[in-house]
Design a protein around this ligand. Structure first.
Ligand SMILES: Nc1ncnc2c1ncn2[C@@H]1O[C@H](COP(=O)(O)OP(=O)(O)OP(=O)(O)O)[C@@H](O)[C@H]1O
Ligand SMILES: [Mg+2]
Length: 411
């Protein structure tokens, strides 16, 4: 409820409390002023009127006191209403001006009488003394009964029309208040939703960044260390000084390279292979170096017309190829590897095929502390730029990994 509403309610309550006093006073004043002149009044009837005004006053004072305690509609408020109506009616019979006092019943029937039908009946009861006064006063006789009947109907029609408009107005105000409440509610819900979305977006951002960092660490440091361990294992198992110096040289070259890549990824730079060359050249070098290091024969093929790819897209394809080759060295025991880069109308693909052991892609062991991040990382990298990764492998029949990304050119 607004301040304006409560202000209006307070004024209405004050009006209902003091209106009967005012109307009784007005009726009494007019009756006293006209007594004996407009209406011949016997001393006895004057005394009766005085007694009734006194009773009305006492009734009003009682109600003013008790009405605050017993808020209607209840038995006490109905008693008060009937009592006031009866006194008003009796006074109106003595002098028509007292009908003013009965008018009070028009204002507070809704508050004091329970139920719409009973309220209607109460209003009808009030129209009786009022129509009587309008007819010229009680007692009625002959034709005045007909006039009285007509006035009762006229008063009730008037009341019905006024009440109808008041109710319509009330319904409109209520609808407005409901709309405001709904809007306030919607606003609150919206604010809560926005806060939730913000949290979700932040969490999504955090998890996205975590995946990106994990992939970077895997593809730079972890991959490098795996290669270094492989070289050192060869060194540990040979006494040939030529092989030892060659492998140690490769191990330190790998360490240097991985360190450089890790530094570049911390600075969010493209892989070193791409800093001087385009993707085809970078892949050609990667394949050649990998083949030299592992002793496995590997061939690079380019199909389609090479284009200058957007840095992020080129980096993704290079990283995926590096991990696929690292997996061949680590798991496949292959004799031949083929890497194909294909530029098509709207996408670029890289295929890495080996003739090694193969594996069952559906039975890949769950990620553990010692590995299992490579394939997931490749897929995550491809999906980050709206691409995809497919793995075709079968135990005994080699492995084929292909990465597809949209063709997005360097700006
Ligand atoms: N070319 C391949 N030939 C044979 N098996 C492979 C090949 N590539 C992947 N796999 C199998 O798939 C598994 C998952 O590869 P993935 O790269 O996800 O993990 P990982 O290489 O074992 O560990 P990480 O890459 O995290 O160091 C490997 O353990 C291996 O069994
Ligand atoms: Mg791997």
């Amino acid at each position: 409820m607004t301040t304006a509403d409560s202000d209006l309610d307070r004024r209405q309550a004050a009006f209902q409390r003091w209106a009967p006093y005012f109307l009784l006073g007005l009726g009494t004043l007019l009756a006293a002023a006209t007594a004996g002149r407009l209406i011949p009044l016997s001393n006895e009837r004057q005394a009766q009127a005085l007694g009734l005004v006194g009773t009305a006053l006492v009734t009003q004072l009682w109600w003013t006191w008790s009405g605050r305690v017993h808020r209607g509609p209840n038995a006490i408020s109905v008693t008060y209403y009937i009592l006031r109506w009866a006194i008003g009616f009796a006074l109106t019979i003595l002098n028509g001006f007292f009908a003013f006092y009965v008018v009070a019943g028009y204002y507070d029937a809704d508050e004091l009488i329970p139920g719409r039908k009973r309220q209607r009946l109460a209003l009808f009861a009030c129209t009786l003394p009022i129509a009587g006064a309008q007819t010229g006063g009680f007692p009625l006789h002959g034709m005045t009964w007909v006039v009285f009947g007509g006035l009762v109907v006229a008063n009730n029609v008037l009341l019905t029309v006024v009440k109808h408009f008041a109710e319509q107005q009330e319904a409109r105000s209520q609808a407005r208040a409901d709309t405001i409440t709904e809007l306030e509610q919607a606003h609150k819900e919206n604010a809560a939703l926005q806060a939730q979305l913000l949290v979700q977006a932040r969490e999504a951002g955090i998890s996205d960044e975590r995946r990106r960092l994990a992939a970077e660490i895997h593809d730079t440091i972890a991959q490098g260390l795996t290669g270094i361990i492989a070289q050192l294992q060869v060194v540990a198992n040979t006494s040939d000084p030529k092989v030892i110096s060659e492998r140690v040289g490769q191990a330190s070259e790998l360490a240097r390279h991985s360190l450089g890549e890790a530094r570049r990824s911390v600075q969010n730079l493209a892989p070193a292979g791409l800093s001087d060359d385009g993707l085809p050249e970078a892949l050609r070098k990667t394949v050649r170096q990998w083949s030299e290091r592992t002793g496995v024969s590997a061939e690079f093929t380019l199909t389609g017309t090479a284009q200058h790819l957007h840095g992020e897209f080129a980096a993704t394809l290079l990283r995926i190829t590096q991990e696929a080759l690292a997996n061949v060295a680590k798991h496949a025991a292959a004799t031949r590897v083929g890497v194909t880069l294909s530029f098509m109308d709207d996408e670029v693909t890289v295929d890495i095929r080996d003739d090694g052991k193969g594996f069952d892609p559906l039975a890949v062991p769950a990620r553990s502390g010692t590995g299992g991040f490579g394939l997931d990382g490749m897929r995550a990298r491809a999906e980050r730029i709206a691409g995809s990764l497919t793995v075709e492998a079968e135990p005994g029949f080699g492995t084929a990994i292909s990465a597809h990304v949209p063709l997005v050119l360097h700006a």
